[in-house]
Design a protein around this ligand. Structure first.
Ligand SMILES: [Zn+2]
Length: 224
């Protein structure tokens, strides 16, 4: 799953408005961020089949560390602990939920290649075999998530940023389905993954950065 992870991110944000969106967006795609690094280092393996109808035409050959339930739950616990030490308990809990949610959402779209325990007991409902359904589901989820998040958001600047981010993700995702079938190299996909999975939280950071500045400005005005 790709943009559907961010849909859950919007939901988590709305339910926990005190937790920054950048942290939630980093969390929901954190194991994919690690995956991008691991395939570049050769720790995990992916190949690219031009006939594969899935997103980016990737075939997930071996990813026991980032994408098995047991390891992604462990990653979630470790990251939660770190966030707890650096920030607070609430942020830590939301980070843990965001990270572990990735596995369950991937399960819907992946072929039976998502392992429970390292490289064993692989599951997957295979929605990726139906590209139109996948597209409708993911873009539908993202749109619903955006709507739910924006519904009662008052800060206009954050709204614009978040809508921009939504448009970027949607156009890019739909475009990937119609892109010519030229499979990328492992290095290309790794660099590309890093850019997207780190870039989206960075944009989310700026979306909210403005908000806090505005809030500060307002409280300063109110104080005088
Ligand atoms: Zn994944």
């Amino acid at each position: 799953m790709f943009v559907g992870h961010y849909a859950l991110g919007f939901y988590l944000k709305k339910k926990n408005m005190g937790v920054p969106l950048w942290l939630i967006f980093l969390g929901v795609q954190f194991v994919d961020l690690l995956w991008a690094i691991f395939i570049m280092l050769g720790i995990e393996r992916a190949s690219f089949n031009p006939d594969a109808s899935v997103f980016l035409r990737a075939v997930y050959e071996y990813y026991p560390f980032t994408h098995s339930l047991i390891t992604s739950a462990t990653i979630a616990l470790l990251a939660s602990y770190l966030v707890y030490k650096l920030f607070n308990k609430k942020w830590a809990i939301v980070t843990g939920i965001a990270i572990v949610s990735h596995w369950f959402l991937d399960l819907i779209v992946h072929a039976p290649d998502v392992p429970l325990f390292f490289d064993s007991y692989k599951l997957g409902l295979g929605l990726w075999n139906f590209p139109v359904l996948t597209l409708l589901l993911e873009v539908g989820l993202l749109t619903a998530g955006l709507w739910y998040f924006l519904k009662s958001l008052e800060d206009k600047r954050t709204k614009k940023w978040v809508i921009g981010l939504y448009l970027f993700l949607t156009i890019f995702y739909i475009g990937s389905f119609f892109a010519p079938a030229v499979p990328p190299t492992t290095m290309q996909i790794g660099i590309f993954g890093l850019l997207v999975y780190a870039g989206v939280p960075a944009l989310a950071y700026f979306a909210e950065k403005k908000k806090s500045n505005t809030t500060e400005a307002v409280s300063e005005i109110e104080a005088t």
